[in-house]
Design a protein. Sequence first.
Length: 59
Amino acid sequence: MIDFLIDYARELGYQEVTVGVDLDKLIAIKLYLKKGFTHVLYQGKDAYGAYQKLLKKLN
């Protein structure tokens, strides 16, 4: 599904996409890193706990 959404965003002309992920979801973080979400835009906490917002450029 992640690959589909990345491809769809690229087809629509987007140059980057972001995802938010809870810091305790290590498997999800590893998957996003593998898919190219390598830049941390933001790291903080909300009512649900610590999370990061990750960026992938769609060159």
